[in-house]
Write a protein that binds this ligand. Sequence first.
Ligand code: ZN
Length: 430
Amino acid sequence: MSIADRLRAEIEARRDDLVALTQDLIRTPTLNPPGANYREICDYLDRRLRASGFATELVRATGAPGDSDRYPRWNIVARKSGARAGPCVHFNSHIDVVEAGYGWTVDPFGGLLREGRIYGRGACDMKGGLAASIVAAEAFIAVLPDFAGAIEISGTADEESGGFGGVAYLAERGWFDPARVQHVIIPEPLNKDRICLGHRGVWWAEIETKGEIAHGSMPFLGDCAVRHMGAVIAEMEARLFPALAQKRTEMPVVPEGARQSTLNINSIHGGAPEPPEDDTGLPSPCVPDRCRMVIDRRFLIEEDIAEVEAEIRELLETLREGRPGFDYDIREMHRVLPTMTRRDAPVVGAVARAVRAVFDREAEYVVSPGTYDQKHIDRIGRLKNCIAYGPGILDLAHKPDEWVGVEDMMQSATVMSLALHDLLTEGTRP
Ligand SMILES: [Zn+2]
């Protein structure tokens, strides 16, 4: 039997274990916010990975945004060294999930298995991917215990809220230093036959328009900040949105609609605050003197972040010059540069060969419309040899009745184990 066939057989023998592991992970509700049960899931992973021969370390991101004694930001990094020197392949999964939201027909934390699908919040994003990577590593170690190099598996906090208490914290402390980790695979749900090379950039800002408060019956005595914000939106509609639609990228972003610059208006708040639900009174009549908008601009590798920022500032300056009484503030909230790993990077080649071996077709190369923890590995860790590859359908992430397919996880785990074989046992490619 070839090594590839032995790896396939080892993974096949672990089918029930892969299902049970995924269910256990889903049944630990690691909701973020607030960042619940990180310690519980890390303890679970700790027991599992130590039993498989990994050395483990639990790291609390003390002082990171969101970290508190009530909701500590725990992370786990597990390492299994081979029989001789060689590169380290690191699988990084986030352990947090977003809120369940409405519309579920099954228990979001029940881990129901039905007709080959496991349901639950985080099933595809990304506890299924985490489980697949663990089983892939265990199967690989069983077949090739004398492999070269090392395998690492991390479960990290807070990806859904920026990753500052997770991968960013670890990267700042050298965990993703290219001297100790050479290949990174992030099993986000990009689909079992796709290799995700990176993501678009992000620029978040808050724009505030200013007005003057007055009695609502005499609005001419004040200046309505909400109307000024209306002018900002009108200007966006007339000039900015059409201009963004013209900016196309060579990045293979999926879905196709994201292969351009985009802007979302996340929120607008102006005037009197929303009354509490049990309030039965009427609002008082005032002209709003402040209005705030949060924008979420996603940009392309071909764009410079300074230009992205300047584009918005110019729009606001045009209004200041042309519109009586218009005044504003703008504040940057968050920025992430776009990143894209080269197609000839070693980890890309290894996973591409493994996808070809499992599916008998070429891998599809994609780029994610939104960011994920690759940003920290790239920017803080300075490690460029990083991709996202994992089971599950991205469109199901954050939706009600989220699920991951058992067969998809099995095939992904096979791809991961073949990639490990490719990267950690030179000269014996399947
Ligand atoms: Zn995710």
